[in-house]
Design a protein around this ligand. Structure first.
Ligand code: GLP
Length: 240
């Protein structure tokens, strides 16, 4: 695990470098995209590079980490819409090459299996962007998640619903269920790039980097991956 501690504005540039390098090296790059607020500066930097430097996503495919269950298609806070708004509608990746777990289809029970099969059929994820929840969750793998889990339905903890309530009119509007890539699924990506900023992430970051590998802190499983870059500002690194 490579841990890089830099001012917040530099972290987005470093993460964008990893994505841009991969896009330049490989025409049919498979990107793993995260939502939450942590990756937003990375997407802004990638959009800037697309506009100013001509960085192209035309041959790329992208897979989202997770999705709320039960939000209607097109809901502004569905992760599929968030990623369109923040990145994919602003660069040259064709919309049909951007995939997310199907959180509003009729067959939620098998949606995870189908999603993992689609990632595998695409050749696996080359660069996976990640954030971390205040309770150490990755994607929506809450504490207690199997470290070998596959994409499946999960129930959100009250903490995560409260953390994410800022994106909705009220906490009552935050869904209780999600479809999330499993930790085992995420670990199959070839390069994991995790961003965390702010003191509220310090405990989770310390448990991820220095704690035991344990389902109590799902992010700690990243210690077992051969190529992980953890990008932190001083505040997020303050527990190390
Ligand atoms: C959500 C997402 C995670 C994200 C986390 C942290 O729960 N499912 O992928 O890492 O929020 O979000 P933020 O970056 O806004 O702190």
């Amino acid at each position: 695990m490579e841990v890089v501690i830099r001012p917040a504005d530099e972290l987005a540039v470093l993460a964008a470098d990893a994505v841009a390098r991969q896009l330049r090296e490989c025409d049919d790059t498979v990107l793993g995209l995260a939502t939450g607020s942590s990756p937003l500066p990375v997407y802004a930097e990638l959009v800037r590079r697309h506009r100013v430097e001509g960085l192209s996503f035309a041959g790329a495919r992208a897979f989202l980490l997770d999705e709320y269950v039960g939000l209607p298609a097109g809901h502004p806070e569905s992760y599929r819409e968030v990623i369109r708004r923040e990145l994919t509608d602003l660069v040259d990746i064709p919309d049909h090459r951007v995939h997310g777990p199907d959180g509003h289809g009729a067959d939620i029970a098998t949606a995870g299996v189908r999603y993992d099969a689609a990632i595998r059929a695409a050749g696996g994820v080359d660069v996976q962007l990640l954030g971390i929840g205040t309770d150490g969750h990755v994607a929506f793998n809450e504490p207690g998640s199997s470290l070998a889990s596959r994409t499946r339905v999960k129930t959100l903890t009250e903490q995560t619903r409260q953390d994410n309530a800022r994106f909705f009119d009220s906490i009552d509007d935050v869904p209780h269920h999600v479809l999330t890539q499993g930790l085992g699924t995420i670990l199959e990506a070839r390069h994991l790039v995790l961003l965390a900023t702010g003191e509220h992430k310090a405990d989770a970051v310390a448990a991820m980097v220095e704690g035991p590998v344990s389902a109590f802190c799902p992010a700690s499983v990243l210690q077992t991956h051969p190529h992980v870059t953890v990008l932190l500002d001083d505040a997020a690194a303050s527990g190390l």
